[in-house]
Design a protein around this ligand. Sequence first.
Ligand code: ADE
Length: 500
Amino acid sequence: MPGTVTKKARASPMVLVVGHIRKAASPAAASEREASERRVEVWVEAMPGATIGWVLSRVIEELSRKEPDVPNIVGLRMVKGGAKVAADSSMRGGGSSAGSYSSGRRPSDSTGSSPADLAGLDDGGLEGDLLVDYGVAVLDILADSDCLECVFEVQEPSSSSKAKLTGLDRVQVADFQIIRVLGTGASCKVVQVKHNGNFYAVKVMSKRKIVTNEKKLERAIAEKRLLARISHPFCVSLHWAFQTKGHLFMVLDYCAGGELFHHLDRRGPFSEPDTRFYVSEILLGLEYLHSQGILYRDLKPENCLLDVDGHIRLTDFGLSKENLTQSALFQSFVGTVLYLSPEMIRREGHGLALDFYCLGCLVYVLLTGKLPHFTGDVHQMCSRRAKGEAFEAPKGCSPTVVHICERLLEADPAVRLGTQGQALEVKEHAWFQDVDFHKVYRKEPQPVFPNFPPIDPKVDPDHNFSSQFTRVPVPSQLLGFGSTVTTSEHLIAGYSRVDY
Ligand code: ADE
């Protein structure tokens, strides 16, 4: 059956989504023959405008109703000609995996991939196969005879941090003791928790607010998937991700220094050398994300956290975009209005250059405490940016920092610093002339940073977070967040289930 086959009595084409669940017959690493494989099929009506994200949520909903033991779904991938082969072939059992479940295999096996190759997050190559643009219309990418395949998480008995993400076997959700609220957003809270003597920050998202908003749902799934694959000294790391009936939880590094924004707000603008310290670390974080094909899209001082030693950790990847290629341009209108680039304002589509514009805003904000082009009216600010008007030069600063701001804040993304040579081009600007980026990466002091680090979070630990958040009462345990979902249970892709 082709992927876009019309089924009887249906107005819209139907898309076939298949999954192959392999369950080990015995807990002791079952042999190929002992393991049994079961094929599940879900037909989704591709109504006009149905996106990959929409199909994914329908599949999760359907499988959670029909198949109580189905493993977590990491995402979907396309199988070229798979619908036809799926219709013709009978299911094949076997395969080897140390885990109790494996992801599906291609019905045709035509790629020659072994089941282990397709075994979920543990395989670096898999990520490239996943459909990561949830906003794309499903009928635009599926040809006749193509189908979609569910990619399931594999639970493997491994102590690697990635394996931790595949289940809650090794953590008890009841063992997370909540300390305080660190921040709040429209549909989430970040709370500090203690687990086995270590501190973590847990991002708690209400499913009630997420499942009714397709964009938020897509972002929650994409953020977890992205966090699960990144690892860099200047980016927060994900330790576990799980869900209850009412909430999603992402357990992240706890950054004891809080938001750079909070410190800027408390102490006023930074000196030029201190600004250079933070921007150097942020630039390395950005360079890493770009090297992974990730466009950050939400670079601002609120998302630059300080770890316990005062070094940068980028956080909040809910707006980030994966699968970036040098030429890719995204159309969606995202980010924070105060950091909007000219191409976003003009709705021209945006790519890598967007992050460099935001970096320019950040340099300017850290130096002056003000936003470029802002004189009290956001609309005027946007119009000045879109027209490419000059901004007020930061006062009392070196000509080189004024120049890097001008180059990063170029209205035309094609000529903006970083567009051609990416982060390397920015590192080569004269403002960074004396910076040794190898030492930056290793977090080693160097003469160009006279205050190392500019803020030591240990000096005044009570003032690293805004009391606006920390005084908000919370339950003492994550389970205390209870359930707010009263309809059928919604399971969200990539987050392990905890039963309660
Ligand atoms: N606020 C948001 N995320 C945080 C984190 N990981 N650590 C500390 N504060 C935060």
